[in-house]
Write a protein that binds this ligand. Structure first.
Ligand code: AMP
Length: 173
C-alpha cells in the first residue's frame, strides 16, 4: 500500500502557506483505510491499553474501529461546548489558531492507560492538551497514534515522552 498516494494534499488550506493533508481521501479508499487500521493493530499489539481517546473529528474515525477491534472503551475528546456532562477542559495553540478540547470527567478513570488517537501531528499542541487532561485525572498515556507526522514543526519537543507513532512523515512544505 502506497499510503502517500492515498493522502490528498491541498495547498493553501485553510489559509495561505498551509499544506493541508486531507485524510478523508483515506476514508473513501477502503484498501487504504484497512491498511491504516492493520498497521495500528500491529504497532500496539504488545502494548497494555485500557481505553482509546479519540480527538474530534477525524480521530473518531480511527479510534472507533480500533477500540472495537481491541474491545476497549472509546472516549471522545470534543471541541468546546459539545459534551453535556461534567467535563475536564484544556486550551492549546494550533498550527493555525487556538482551540479548547473537553472530555467527560467521569470517563477518565484514574489509573487507566489511554491511547490517544488523531489523524495528524503538526505542532503537537492538540495531543499534548489531551495528555494533560488524562494526567490531571491521575490516569496515564499509553501512547499517541496519528496517521501523519510533520516533524519539522517540532512536535517531539512537546510530546516525545508520550511515544508518538505515525505511519508517514512529511518534511517541510
Ligand atoms: P497540532 O496541535 O499543531 O499538532 O495540530 C494537529 C491538529 O490540527 C490535528 O487534529 C490535525 O487534524 C490538524 N492539522 C494541523 N495542521 C494540519 C495540516 N497541515 N493538515 C491537516 N490537518 C492539520
Amino acid at each position: 500500500m502506497n499510503l502517500n498516494d492515498a493522502i490528498r494534499k491541498v495547498p493553501d488550506f485553510p489559509k495561505p502557506g498551509i499544506l493541508f493533508y486531507d485524510v478523508t481521501s483515506i476514508f473513501i479508499n477502503s484498501e487504504a483505510f484497512k491498511y491504516v487500521l492493520s498497521e495500528m493493530e500491529e504497532l500496539y499489539k504488545d502494548t497494555r491499553i485500557d481505553g482509546i481517546i479519540a480527538i474530534e473529528s477525524r480521530g473518531f474515525l480511527l479510534g472507533a474501529p480500533f477500540a472495537l477491534k481491541r474491545s476497549l472503551p472509546l472516549v471522545l475528546a470534543r471541541k468546546k461546548g459539545k459534551l453535556p456532562g461534567d467535563i475536564v477542559e484544556q486550551s492549546y495553540s494550533l498550527e493555525y489558531g487556538e482551540a479548547t478540547l473537553e472530555i467527560h470527567k467521569s470517563d477518565l478513570t484514574p489509573g487507566k492507560n489511554w491511547l490517544i488517537v488523531d489523524d495528524l501531528i503538526a505542532t503537537g499542541g492538540t495531543l499534548e492538551a489531551v495528555a494533560k487532561m488524562i494526567e490531571s485525572q491521575k490516569a496515564s498515556v499509553a501512547g499517541i497514534f496519528s496517521i501523519i507526522g510533520l516533524p519539522f514543526l517540532n512536535y517531539m519537543d512537546k510530546i516525545k515522552h508520550y511515544n508518538p507513532k505515525t505511519l508517514i512523515n512529511y518534511q517541510g512544505e
